[in-house]
Design a protein around this ligand. Structure first.
Ligand code: RTP
Length: 155
């Protein structure tokens, strides 16, 4: 039981300030929940600019880095960890392409966002970043292991 939970794939998902301000928290959580992923951590925080810079450190050479960090630290962010088979890759699929003009209808960004600078959600892009981002945003004890009965029916 415990070992199984420890091996299960986890991804870091954040609803950015625009998603929170627009009242899309429940809509976004619902999509991950209905898919069959398991919510193992959640909190609402206003990240400092320094924290945003840490989160986006891979993008520090990009021209939009400063504006992006200002934006992420401009208001409340809902930080979450979702668990399940393929949670990282499929989470990205649920989210859709980075630029909402290119994300398919049916995806979170395709259905709910319009421009790349206000694309409402973040999701880890691979196993290494998922681990780093979960460690950056959460303490170990904030992750909750529990058995979901639904796992008997949804894989
Ligand atoms: P995310 O990490 O937020 O899920 O986004 P991503 O991997 O799909 O895209 P990435 O290239 O890592 O960019 C991270 C975030 O930077 C903002 N961005 N702005 N041209 C621009 O103004 C621009 N390009 C990217 C977006 O908010 C993107 O999600």
């Amino acid at each position: 039981q415990e070992a199984h939970a420890a091996e299960m794939e986890r991804t870091f998902i954040a609803i950015k300030p625009d998603g929170v301000q627009r009242g899309l928290v429940a809509e976004i959580i619902s999509r991950f929940e209905r898919k069959g992923f398991k919510l193992v951590a959640i909190k609402i925080v206003v990240p400092s600019k320094q924290f945003a810079q840490k989160h986006y450190h891979d993008l520090k050479e990009r021209p939009f880095f400063n504006g992006l960090c200002d934006f992420l630290s401009s208001g409340p962010v809902v930080a979450m960890v979702w668990e399940g088979e393929g949670a990282i890759t499929y989470g990205r699929k649920l989210i859709g392409a980075t630029d909402p003009q290119k994300s398919e209808p049916g995806t979170i960004r395709g259905d709910l966002a319009v421009v790349v600078g206000r694309n409402i959600i973040h999701g880890s892009d691979g196993p290494e970043t998922a681990k780093d981002e979960i460690n950056l945003w959460f303490k170990g004890e904030e992750l909750v292991s529990y058995t979901s009965n639904a796992e008997k029916w949804i894989y």
